[in-house]
Design a protein around this ligand. Structure first.
Ligand code: AMP
Length: 113
């Protein structure tokens, strides 16, 4: 998939607007348009990685988690939050660009669906 075809590549480049809550050289985070919790942020790498199954860059992995820690602090999620990434159609991945769902602001049940 080319960057021009990928909606999250286009959000990362600024071509498509999003409610961005965090950005750095490697990572962009924005609010999910269909939130499943009071705080529901999607955290993505700027470069196109199809899913966590193809994530093989240790520095990028560290950057993504550092961003999530910072966003959780910024969003006041000290009571707890959840990080979820769906991989492939059977898990419900609907956008083929790696994204971590950062969910918080309510009690989260377990197990997930
Ligand atoms: P997944 O189903 O795990 O691939 O998650 C994709 C998520 O992207 C869903 O929760 C959608 O609501 C969200 N989403 C799709 N398009 C946009 C968009 N343009 N801006 C923000 N969130 C989006």
């Amino acid at each position: 998939m080319s960057a021009s075809e990928c909606i999250f590549c286009r959000i990362a480049s600024g071509e498509i607007p999003a409610d961005v809550v965090y950005r750095d050289d490697d990572v962009v985070a924005f609010r999910d348009t269909n939130p499943q919790a009071p705080t529901h942020v999607l955290v993505i790498p700027r470069r196109h990685v199809p899913s966590a199954h193809e994530l093989d860059d240790a520095a990028l992995t560290a950057a993504l988690f550092a961003a999530m820690q910072r966003i959780a602090d910024d969003q006041g999620l000290g009571d707890g939050y959840r990080v979820v990434t769906n991989v492939g159609p059977a898990a419900g991945q609907s956008v083929p660009h790696l994204h971590f769902h950062l969910l918080g602001g309510r009690t989260l049940g377990w197990p997930p669906g």
